[in-house]
Design a protein around this ligand. Structure first.
Ligand SMILES: [Fe+2]
Ligand SMILES: [Fe+2]
Length: 394
């Protein structure tokens, strides 16, 4: 018998991941090949290697989700992930939120997925999945909404590439440096470095995608984001390890949902990229999760109370609002052109259902969805007003 995944594959994939647990890598080194291959079931394997996990100070649950995240369908031959909050594509939560039918279809990483989203029916969709490539003839209105999507949802807050990037640095440099300085141990620093590397990879991937469509777009996005980044600076993340952990746990999870509905985008290059990006964003939110978990384990009840306070007063409302309003006209236009599949309400609901499960495992309460949304909308208004004031006095 052999286990469907050679353990050497896990070793090489795990180390450079943002949610690496080095103790798990050490465990893999210890487990003899015949023990590894004594079963073809992941959960049985996890039981079998328990003594090795214990010896290396690693947790069985971390082993399971780390395996599922990299090797479950559609990323590998293992059955669909059961550890949904750490490893899975968000099917279960989208189904519960009415965004996907029970039989969603199949996902193809880097290829043509035949997934059928449950679209809301309030707009007539006029573009098919994968209809347009970079060089295709496109209706003028389609071009406008596609560019708008790039500006609103792309990943380009790192320096754009090519000659024009010389002398520029990432908008995230300062907050990433700060995180390295307050990280509590070597393992956390390794994760942060791996995380940055992966975000730079996304920058490159989106840079190429934008450039193929229009070579001027990356520079324009960078300039515009330098403006909007000042809005983020107004939000003032607290310089604590737990606050930084919450940020990744929630913001990058938001990225999973945002990217996920592009699996069937009418803009084919985006559809092909999306499942890769979702897998990575899952890893970033896992990194945040582990850092929050670790912060609470080190700091006890006081740390948990602090995490709860920051969740309630800031992070949760902020990201509930980030999904956008249910009456959004932009959302309707993007759905009409097949650039988004789901309504803001469907996506937000699914995210909320997942967050309830995440928070349970941390001993945290999840704020009420609609109250948090209202609170977040108020916060966004206040920041907008402040930014307008700054622009006027400048
Ligand atoms: Fe990213
Ligand atoms: Fe990310």
């Amino acid at each position: 018998m052999t286990f469907p995944i050679d353990k050497r594959l896990a070793e090489v994939l795990w180390y450079p991941a943002p949610d690496v647990v080095p103790q798990l890598c050490d465990t893999l080194g210890d487990v003899p090949a015949d023990v590894w291959n004594s079963t073809d079931d992941l959960y049985e394997l996890a039981d079998t290697i328990e003594p090795y996990l214990e010896k290396n100070g690693a947790r069985k649950w971390d082993f399971i989700w780390s395996m599922e995240r990299h090797f479950s369908e559609p990323y590998g031959p293992l059955p669909k992930a059961r550890q949904q909050i750490m490893a899975g594509i968000p099917d279960d939560f989208l189904q519960a939120a009415g965004g996907l039918p029970a039989e969603a279809g199949n996902y193809a990483v880097g290829g043509v997925s035949d997934v059928s989203f449950a679209r809301s029916g309030d707009v007539e969709v006029v573009a098919e999945p994968y209809q347009y490539e970079a060089g295709s003839d496109m209706p003028e209105e389609y071009r406008m909404w596609l560019s708008k999507l790039f500006f609103k949802h792309g990943e380009c807050m790192m320096p754009y590439f090519g000659e024009a990037a010389k002398g520029h640095k990432s908008s995230f440099t300062a907050i990433d440096e700060q995180a390295m300085q307050i990280a509590p141990d070597a393992e956390s620093r390794l994760r942060l470095e791996n995380f940055s590397a992966e975000e730079y990879k996304h920058t490159y991937q989106f840079y190429s995608l934008y450039t193929d469509y229009d070579p001027d777009i990356p520079v324009q996005i960078y300039e515009r984001e330098r403006e909007t980044f000042r809005a983020y600076e107004q939000t003032a993340m607290e310089p604590t390890w737990i606050d930084r952990g919450l940020y990744n746990m929630i913001a990058d999870r938001f990225g999973v949902y945002q990217g996920f509905q592009w699996v069937q985008s009418s803009y084919a290059p985006l559809a092909r990229l999306s499942l890769f990006v979702c897998k990575d964003e899952r890893g970033h939110s896992n990194m945040g999760y582990m850092h929050v978990r670790d912060g609470i384990e080190r700091g006890g009840e006081e740390a948990r109370a602090y995490a709860q306070k920051r969740m309630n007063e800031y992070w949760y409302p902020q990201f509930m609002a980030s999904f956008g309003s249910d009456e959004s006209r932009n959302s309707k236009a993007w759905r009409k052109w097949g650039l988004k599949m789901l309504t803001n309400a469907q996506l937000r609901k699914a995210f909320h259902l997942e967050m309830v499960e995440v928070n349970k495992t941390l001993g945290l309460e999840t704020p009420e969805e609609m109250e948090a949304l209202d609170q977040g909308m108020e916060m966004a208004k206040a920041i907008k007003a402040k930014m307008a004031g700054m622009a006027q006095s400048a």
